[in-house]
Design a protein around this ligand. Sequence first.
Ligand SMILES: [Zn+2]
Length: 653
Amino acid sequence: MISDEDIRRVREATDLVDLVSETVVLQRRAREFWGRCPFHEEKTASFKVDPRSQLYHCFGCHAGGDAYGFVMHTQDMKFIDAVRYLADRAHITLTETHGAKSQGKRARLLELMAASAQYYSLQLLRTSAPGAEAARSYLSGRAMGTKIAKNWQLGYAPGGTQLLGHLRSKGFTLEECLDANVVLKASNGRPRDRFYARVMFPVADLLGNIIAFGGRIIDEGEPKYLNSSETLLFHKRETLYALDKAKATITSRGTAIVVEGYTDTIAMHEAGYTNTVATLGTALTLQHLKLLNRFAKKVIYLFDGDEAGKRAAVRAAELITEDITPEAGRFRVQLEVAELPPGTDPAELLAQQGAAALQVILDTSQPLLKYALQQSLRNADLTSPEGRSAALRSALTVLLPIRGSILATSYIAEELVSQLGVDYSAALSLFNSMQAPRARETDNERGSRASGEASGTTSSRATRRAYGSAARETVAGASEADAAYADTGSGRGQTASATSASGIVTVVGLENELILLFIEHAEVRSLLARAFERIAWSSEELASLAQGLSAADREQTSGELYALALQLAPSYAPMLSAGLRQEFSGEITDYARLLMYMLRETQLQDEITLAKIAYAKLAQSTEGEDTFKEIADKQLELATIRERLAEIPKMTL
Ligand SMILES: [Zn+2]
């Protein structure tokens, strides 16, 4: 059985206009699309597709339905096969379960989330506990008084086991609380509330059902924002904060504004920009755009003009593929960007300068692709032929995803020829000779590799401090948007990445972190020992150290393992003796997993890159087939790793 949840996800991931356009020529009239009905013979178009409702209707033969109905009708499929067909098309993996049970579960979890939101809200509005008082003054200090708190159902999470106790008294089981991710098992095995001493922002689905929470810490501390992990209800790449509230205005104005935080979204709405939504600790994804495209013709991505913001914006440009360029009539969305002054967020700007100042910024929005092109030329050296040639290449790379479109060639003609002083036909032939873009990752969340930022190299002698920041750096790389969201506050530390002879970057820092965790935390030793076998250690000494530790008696004290480690890897003495002195929030097991997966992710990417280079040379031979298989296997592992990474609560290292 396919769960209702999956049926809903697949439906939401499918754009009916896009789907119908595969077989019917559609023309846009106002907000709807019209074509000749595929179910009866006709000369004039009486078949209508409505992108907002995602329904079709024929005024001639009265056929009508949704995406599933369309596939069942046109391809003569059963419902379940239509779901599988569209899931495949949307790259969604179905989790086939026991029907009624899963539907019942979804309903239970929705009830549980609603009860949690109500509880948090009461804590904020009614209790006199010091924490609730602090939460109220935090909010009122940001111009969010009782009225706003009620409108947005803001709350306060006291923590401990208070929510758990409340939910149990309402008849919810511990298992349900865990499944909804409002309760966690602590490292001692005892359950506790996931959110504590935080201002709570409920996140709703399109229909206004609460499916997740974001919690903001009230005082200083990390992480600044903590979001629900992925659950049966919540898929962050497919969810936009406040879309339930914003969709009506987005439809009527035709424009959606995308920002990055809860408080920014609320401030925007309060200032009259009720067409604002926010991503939830991820970069903008293709699923987000598809979702917005149902209501909006234009999406303005409003971001902080600091370096991290600029990079996030440029990465969003990768979402623009041929099927969303202006000439792609069926699924097109005009994606624009507007840049805030560096270090400013929308809420601050609105508070300090008012809505008019924000409007000025929105009015200067420009097409994202144009922006990405300009950014690629920003640091170019245009004084030498070499510099211009490098600049041309990097600018053309931006356009590769839309190669073959008129848009790409017009950007080359209009922007690059004049700015770089290159010959149009030479630029075009270089463009056509460039490697096709890599298979794009569906979530655009790949994050910049450490290689993008690794400028320096650090020897294994680097201090413990450097290793700590290396880990942070890599977290920032793993998901820049997440890191920007959590706002670690720590400056960009020195990276401990070392460029090996092949030019591929290996992350030494993470390997050290894992070794130290193994030594200091008995509870994660079994977990790590399994991981140690999978890791391609960057030096033989580290490999034998890992092997020696895995083979040692896991019950040994940290001191004994230190002594063993020093014997096994004497040149790592400085790293080992500095030890693990950092305090971190979250659970040690999650922390270990996070490091493990991040390290493996980096290594896999490097291995895939190398295998692809090898494959390019071997493609025709039988050896090529093996390499191809190897790449496929590694990509599969990479996908699994990323899924697991996404499940681990974000924490500050
Ligand atoms: Zn018809």
